[in-house]
Design a protein around this ligand. Structure first.
Ligand code: CMP
Length: 139
């Protein structure tokens, strides 16, 4: 498996709870390389681009309201099979199903407030990295 890049967001609940160091540490300890990172606010337009695939779903409006409710930390991580490695560390989207030892299993309270986002495949990783870090030099 070749090197991959993935986009990770530490969502407003993760930043508010002071979990930025904890979450980044878990990725770093597994050997993922930080390629880009920024603390930033997501505005309505950026949120709509990032979560465009969910438009029309019943959780879309709460999702947009939540992701724009406070600062996030956006980062690009690189490593062997980085997309699935990150998803394994995060645990399932619904924290009720996330086992202890995963980020969501340890820290998240609900599917709406689940601490982190990670790209779900190579196409979405490419798209999401382009949205958040348009000037990042290619691999
Ligand atoms: P995330 O990986 O950021 O992608 C979309 C988000 O929508 C997801 O994490 C959840 O926080 C949120 N969400 C809320 N309800 C649902 C649902 N039923 N299925 C998937 N995602 C949901």
């Amino acid at each position: 498996m070749a090197l991959q890049r993935t986009l990770v967001l530490i969502k407003p609940d993760g930043v508010r709870k002071g979990l930025v160091g904890e979450v980044i540490g878990r990725f770093e300890r597994l050997g993922l390389r930080m390629v880009a990172m920024q603390l930033m606010a997501i505005d309505q337009a950026l949120a709509a681009r990032h979560y465009g695939e969910h438009k029309g779903k019943d959780f879309y409006r709460p999702l947009i309201d939540f992701i724009t409710s406070g600062d996030v930390v956006a980062m690009v991580l690189e490593g062997e099979a980085a997309i699935s490695v990150v998803r394994k560390l995060m645990g399932p989207t619904d924290p009720a199903e996330a086992p202890p030892g995963t980020i969501r299993g340890d820290f998240a309270v609900s599917i709406d407030h689940n601490i982190v986002h990670g790209s779900d495949g190579p196409d979405s990783a490419k798209r999401e990295i382009g949205i958040f870090f348009p000037n990042l030099p290619p691999e």
